[in-house]
Design a protein around this ligand. Structure first.
Ligand code: GLC
Ligand code: GLC
Length: 812
């Protein structure tokens, strides 16, 4: 069953039934100021950091689900309703939510009144702008009482949920004209406040939550709204909110637009005050003035749309597969922007409190984003690398506001360093900007410790080399990519975190075949980079380590029909025929096949066939099989999950593209394409009621074949799945690969594909690429022409900037 449909022309997903099986959300803003908004108006806003600068309060995992948001209440004399259905839940005559590129509109119709709320964060603006359009479609005069609503968060989202003995006494607001200012803690150490305005004189307001709702009422029945009269309450402590009250009289056919601005201001210490205890509102007023008419708001939205036109014009495809085209041209790229912005911090599954920017996560996110805004990717790479230590190890996460490593999580995830090579080489291949390698970058953000970024890559590579175990394979440390395979943890205390407990590492033999494969793949990238920049000795040195790793994998990592997953603390195999449970895992087979290890000996084909036989199912490829059915103290968190969920035999969508890419190494385009479709959201739209989460973005996990409910997805939006699937489809299936000196075209497609077309902007030129597949082949390029001229090989050389070039590729 579906709950809406795609509108590709407008780049929107249109939700027509508000009772989606889970809140279906969107993200507003993509630089400093952000909001999450659900299809019924739920969600919250923050500035840069969802933990430290939370503007509005949100109740995760509440009853009912999705409680708290940017709500409008309409009292039309008889009925009280909300355009988004929630929170009032008054039955609407019609409902439509359109999630677009960083904007959302929610429209409700009740008793002949149309109310449409547009939400977006204009470019370069520290504010969310809301335009509420009210239209009277009846023949009678309508007198409407409009109440807006947001609830302030007391800035630190963690203490906001905990420290009530303090919180209930600190809240402060100011009310001036039609603007409600939230200034809790401004008089002491904060240099920031928030505000919520409306571009009309208001006839009343409320800023005290209990006065607005009545102590025992829910969001669905605010007392003031039901009574049709605001109380003009002024919050002192307790829970400050902002609600404007505006009366609107509409003649038949008349409409009216109200503009609300929810913004954030920072003032320098000497400019904090206008007079004693009165905050300096200059910047707030300036922003409000930029959006004080509907026309200005419309212009800002048009700018945002033009901005997205530009971003999405860099790579567009036409394949004849509508569901594929809309993912690659619109939604998958959009999701990559979102994962770039938020890493794994704030979604409807990530509370915005627990996690900062992940070292491995954010590096991987770059491969889906780097072509959109290379300059921002560059900045991110430097930020990430600055959290590294001189030995190549690194903080697993950092907070976006401070850019400092997160001490609570710390370090010791031994895959982390290698991902910096991926992020950096992806950036250089896209931009051609080698100067980033000379950029001085500190260790652990320590001023004075700067070395070149290239040096950071060297220590990343060497971190693996310097941490090998008894089988010549990489020691896994706290965990590799699989955060739940905690081989040095041995925890039987439920109060310990699997992520941070490492109580048995001395003498550990825990080694990872996932890191081994990763090292070969990005080690080769490192070698290639060294050669390109003329560091031939370093290239030769690195190559020796890679050759040794390949040999070690073949010798100690092959189980007969697939690659084993790891060695545990004691040196016993994991993911082997000899194991009772979880005889085979996806990650090592993904990475070792991507690396082409044993391709000639048939290891790649065999490993992939084993994956197909044992891990594949209707909804995707599960992580391991058979699942763990009991807790193994020597494996850690992975065996804590019930079978079929998360890292214990869930379909962990992030790693499915590793197998797709492995299949392209083997040249089996049919398999790669089959795997791609299974987890691609637009292909699962029809089963939205089972799938549960948004059909326009990838989810981290779909319950696997051993789960209670196979096919049910969780944890949408913030997942490496976005970047990896984009990378797999664009670079390995469609095969459009940026390289240091041109665009390589290496498609690996299903044989029934007759061809496809791609427009790719690359290093200032535009390539209109037409791939033809006359013989139903899966891989291999027979000929390539640029503007009719034959090119040897399959790499389009860099053409003069500014030009548009026609490229014709014929497959074997
Ligand atoms: C989550 C984490 C990611 C990790 C994966 C597997 O998606 O964000 O860092 O690799 O889980 O455990
Ligand atoms: C090639 C070889 C394979 C080797 C790999 C690693 O793919 O066929 O045997 O393991 O390169 O360099």
């Amino acid at each position: 069953m579906k709950y809406g449909h795609f509108d590709d022309n407008r780049r929107e997903y249109v939700i027509t039934n508000p009772r989606t099986p889970w809140p279906w959300i969107n993200y507003l803003g993509n630089e400093d100021f952000f909001s999450l908004v659900s299809n019924t108006g739920g969600g919250y806003s923050f500035y840069k950091d969802a933990k430290f600068r939370r503007l509005t309060r949100y109740r995760y995992n509440n009853v009912p689900m999705d409680s708290g948001g940017k709500y409008f209440y309409i009292n039309d004399g008889e009925t009280v309703w909300s355009p988004g259905w929630k929170p009032c839940k008054t039955e609407l005559d019609s409902y439509e939510c359109r999630h677009g590129m960083n904007y959302t509109t929610i429209k409700g119709v009740k008793n002949g009144v149309e109310a449409e709320a547009l939400y977006f964060v204009p470019l370069k603006t520290w504010a969310e702008v809301q335009k509420l359009t009210l239209r009277n479609t009846t023949n009678e005069v309508k007198a409407l009482k409009i109440f807006s609503f947001v609830e302030w968060c007391l800035w630190n989202a963690a203490s906001d949920m905990e420290n009530f003995q303090r919180n209930f006494s600190t809240g402060e607001v100011e009310i001036e004209d039609s603007v409600i200012y939230h200034k809790t803690e401004y008089k002491e150490r904060r240099d920031h406040f928030a505000y919520y305005s409306v571009n009309e004189p208001m006839q009343g307001f409320d800023t005290d939550r209990e006065t607005f709702f009545g102590l025992y009422n829910g969001f669905d029945e605010p007392q003031t709204v039901l009574e049709g009269a605001p109380c003009n309450s002024e919050a002192h402590g307790w829970s400050p909110i902002a609600s404007h009250y505006v009366e609107v009289v509409l003649q038949p056919g008349e409409s009216k637009e109200l503009v609300y601005v929810l913004g954030y201001v920072e003032n320098a210490p000497e400019e904090k005050w206008e007079s004693k205890n009165i905050i300096n509102k200059t910047k707030a007023k300036a922003t409000i003035a930029r959006f004080d008419t509907a026309a200005k708001v419309d212009a800002a939205l048009a700018e945002l749309n033009a901005y997205w036109d530009n971003l999405l014009n860099v790579f567009t495809i036409k394949t004849g597969e509508e569901k594929l085209d809309r993912m690659v041209n619109i939604w998958n790229q959009y999701q990559c922007m979102i994962t770039f912005c938020f890493s794994r911090s704030a979604s409807f599954f990530e509370s915005g409190i627990g996690r900062g920017m992940g070292f491995r996560d954010s590096n991987q996110d770059l491969v889906g984003f780097v072509h959109q805004i290379p300059e921002r990717a560059r900045e991110r790479i430097i930020d990430i690398a600055s959290t590294q230590f001189p030995d190549g190890g690194c903080y697993h996460q950092y907070q976006p506001l401070t850019k400092k490593g997160n001490n609570e999580i710390g370090q010791g995830f031994n895959d982390d360093p290698m991902w910096l090579i991926l992020g950096t080489t992806a950036y250089i291949k896209e931009s051609g900007d080698f100067t980033i390698l000379d950029e001085p970058v500190p260790f652990d953000n320590e001023i004075g410790s700067e070395v070149s970024l290239f040096h950071h890559l060297t220590v990343s590579f060497d971190h693996v080399v310097n941490n090998l175990g008894p089988h010549g394979l990489p020691l896994s440390g706290r965990a590799d990519w699989n955060d739940c395979l905690n081989l040095n943890c041995f925890s039987n205390d439920p109060n310990e975190s699997f992520q941070t407990t490492e109580n048995k590492s001395e003498g550990s033999q825990a080694q990872s075949l996932m890191i081994a494969g990763l090292f070969v793949v990005y080690g080769r990238d490192y070698v290639e980079l060294c050669k390109v920049i003329g560091k031939t000795e370093e290239a030769a040195r690195a190559q020796q380590h890679i050759d040794a790793m390949v040999a070690a994998i073949k010798l100690n990592g092959w189980d007969g029909d697939w690659f084993i997953r790891a060695y545990d603390y004691f040196g016993n195999k994991i993911g082997s025929k000899d194991n009772e449970e979880s005889k085979i895992f996806i990650e090592s087979n993904g990475w070792c096949t991507m690396a082409g290890i044993g391709l000639e000996e048939g290891m790649v084909a065999k490993a992939l066939d084993s994956v197909k036989e044992r891990l594949d199912c209707e909804h995707g490829i599960v992580l391991n099989n058979p699942p763990f059915t009991k807790y193994y103290i020597e494996y850690g968190e992975i065996s804590s999950y019930p079978p079929g969920y998360k890292e214990n035999a869930g379909i962990f969508c992030h790693n499915n593209p590793w197998i797709m890419i492995g299949e392209t190494v083997q040249g089996r385009g049919d398999r790669a394409w089959e795997y791609f479709r299974k987890i691609c959201p637009s292909y699962t739209e029809e089963i939205s009621d089972l799938h549960k989460v948004e059909p326009y973005v990838y989810a981290q996990m779909i319950a696997g074949k051993d789960a209670f409910k196979p096919g049910e997805a969780k944890n949408s939006w913030l997942t490496g799945t976005a970047a990896w699937n984009y990378y797999a489809i664009t670079q390995y299936i469609l095969g459009i690969q940026p390289t240091y000196n041109g665009l390589r075209i290496e498609p690996c497609i299903a044989p029934e594909w007759k061809g496809f077309a791609v427009t790719r902007k690359f290093r200032g030129a535009t390539y209109q690429i037409e791939v033809k597949n006359p013989n139903g082949s899966m891989k291999g390029v027979a000929s390539l022409t640029v503007d009719g001229k034959a090119i040897e090989g399959n790499t389009i050389p860099l053409m003069p900037v500014g030009g548009t070039y026609k490229v014709e590729v014929v497959m074997n």
